[in-house]
Ligand binder design. Sequence first.
Ligand code: GDP
Ligand code: MN
Length: 376
Amino acid sequence: MDLYEHQARQLFDRHGIVVPRAEITDSPKEAREIARRLGGRAVVKAQVKTGGRGKAGGVKFAADPAAAELTARQILGMDIKGHTVGTVMLAEPVAVEAEFYVSYVLDRAGGRFLAIASAEGGMDIEEVAATRPEAVARVPVDPAEGVTASKAAEIAEAAGLPARAVDVLVRLWQVLVREDALLVEVNPLVRTTRGQILALDGKVTLDDNAAFRQARWGSETDGYGDPLEAAAAAKGLTYVRLDGEVGIIGNGAGLVMSTLDVVAGCGARPANFLDIGGGASAQVMADGLTVILSDPAVRSVLVNVFGGITACDAVAEGIVRALDTVRLTRPLVVRLDGNNAARGREILDARRHPLVEQATTMDGAARRAADLATAA
Ligand code: GDP
Ligand code: MN
């Protein structure tokens, strides 16, 4: 999960990396108030999960509170690389003397982390790496050893960063480890004209697999993700919302992926990815259906299950019992195949729900669900 800049800043701050004072808002009027609180001047920054905001006009300096309001009005609603700006952050401007780049990124192939650092920060680091590769230091970090003061000194030395950046490098490693991040990046890390080292912009990608042990992520991530995805996550479901109209439930990520493809091949768009894995219980079915049916865009739902370890009759029982608790408001097409499929179909037939129908093949089921979703 990628964090917004203002969320990344909270993590930096928690681990002692200095960030400029800042506040977020979705209202131009409030932006004026914030600028006033910050002393009048402010850098107004679009909060979108994509880089290159500056170049796209999403980072602007405002000389007084009235200008901050006007600038916030311009930036809010702006489209930056397909991301609509819903929130701006107003930060206290700092007098920058030098801009650096520092990051730690997981190097999966190498089974380690990589510190990437450069004395030429601020701009697009990929561009620097392409045109002047010698200006970008890449130092492997053994995850078991981490970034100690001496490792940090080695990184700073390799990149030509000032000695004062060493402390930040150690703290940034703490952010990565303690917050369970896969990527932490500060660009730019700056030295102000008064010699202070500050993180002016940050990017953090958290490791979703660590969510179970990061209860405090809640405060950073609440209210920013998709509400349905949050509801699904709270129920322990592997659900990703898409922008189509056919709700999808399947068992096994591979089967669900191919189901999405087949539905798309039938001229409809999948509304979600939902893998119930081996969990065919009535509760999992009911939870899955509830989440999918809370999406108003959904016009039909397709359950595609290939019985293996979880037999189809158990899945059918799960669906039948889920129908007792969930009010089905849109048609449900079920395709059961594999282990105990015949028994599963009988169980569903016996339930005789007016909105439930069965198909024997994946293609047939997808075609039917697509037709139901696209009809009138
Ligand atoms: P990005 O374009 O999405 O990477 O957004 P940044 O937050 O990195 O801002 C882009 C650039 O704006 C930075 O590299 C800085 O050069 C500049 N900038 C942002 N905030 C300040 C500030 O407070 N003072 C100064 N002097 N420059 C700033
Ligand atoms: Mn930046």
